[in-house]
Ligand binder design. Structure first.
Ligand SMILES: Cc1cc2nc3c(=O)[nH]c(=O)nc-3n(C[C@H](O)[C@H](O)[C@H](O)COP(=O)(O)O)c2cc1C
Length: 227
């Protein structure tokens, strides 16, 4: 007998395959009860030694509007952001990763008719990150600065959140882009100084009219070795 496991009424495989990064959300609020249910369940995510090292801040309403506004002002003034506290990618990016990053950009911007080399147009589209792509809720995950090994735990936690959101009919977009304006995020959130912003996440209802380019994955043989 095949045992299908479900999250709420959503099959786990369906939650995984229907999750994709949404970059066009409806202007529709997400209710507090739903988010509380998701975040309560997500606290079951595993972590080494059960440290549960994530510190999560959820913004909506006036607080999120203030954050969007502050960053929009910086972006429109030509401010390219804060020095990163943690590099997003190693420099240089080698192996197959450089090609995968290139393919990602080609698909993401190509779907909008933007040429790969049109940096100005790409920057305009990227700025949608700091408007949460229209989403009315965003989550910010911080870690203690001296705990880099725990970043894997935070990744598992965030994926658990994203899958549970699917069970609620919600979508998400994880966003490291917030780290580029981490000082402004910190001004609005006011986390303790020992915390570093790992990743943000927009949360909401996907615009059904939006086109989302599919991001293919490497062949299993490229990433998995059965011995
Ligand atoms: C840690 C992390 C950070 C990401 N940061 C961003 C971001 O800043 N902006 C964005 O639009 N997408 C971001 N993404 C989404 C990835 O581009 C996306 O997951 C990848 O291209 C695969 O596409 P899919 O999520 O639609 O399956 C991020 C994903 C992860 C896991």
């Amino acid at each position: 007998m095949v045992c299908r496991h479900t999250i709420g009424d959503v099959d786990v495989y369906d939650a995984v395959t229907s999750r994709h990064s949404v970059r066009d959300f409806l202007d529709r609020p997400v209710d507090h009860e739903t988010l509380t249910r998701v975040l309560t369940a997500a606290s079951r995510a595993p972590s080494g030694g059960n440290l549960q090292p994530w510190h999560v801040y959820v913004l909506s309403g006036a607080r999120l509007a203030e954050l969007k506004n502050r960053i929009a002002q910086r972006v429109s003034a030509g401010d390219r952001g804060d020095a990163l506290e943690v590099a997003t990618y190693p420099e240089p990016l080698g192996g197959p990763y450089r090609q995968r990053l290139y393919d990602f950009g080609r698909r993401r911007y190509g779907a909008l008719g933007i040429d790969h080399d049109d940096q100005a147009a790409r920057a305009r589209v990227r700025a949608g990150n700091w408007d949460c792509f229209g989403a009315t809720t965003a989550l910010f995950c911080y870690l203690d600065r001296d705990m880099p090994p725990q970043w894997g735990d935070a990744g598992m936690y965030l994926q658990t959140v994203m899958l549970l959101l699917r069970a609620e009919g919600l979508h998400s977009c994880p966003q490291i882009a917030w780290a580029e304006y981490h000082r402004t995020v910190a001004q609005v959130i006011a986390p303790p100084p020992q915390r570093v912003l790992y990743c943000g996440m927009s949360i909401g209802y996907s615009n059904p009219a939006a086109q989302h380019p599919e991001m293919p994955r490497a062949a299993l043989s490229e990433t998995v070795t059965f011995l």
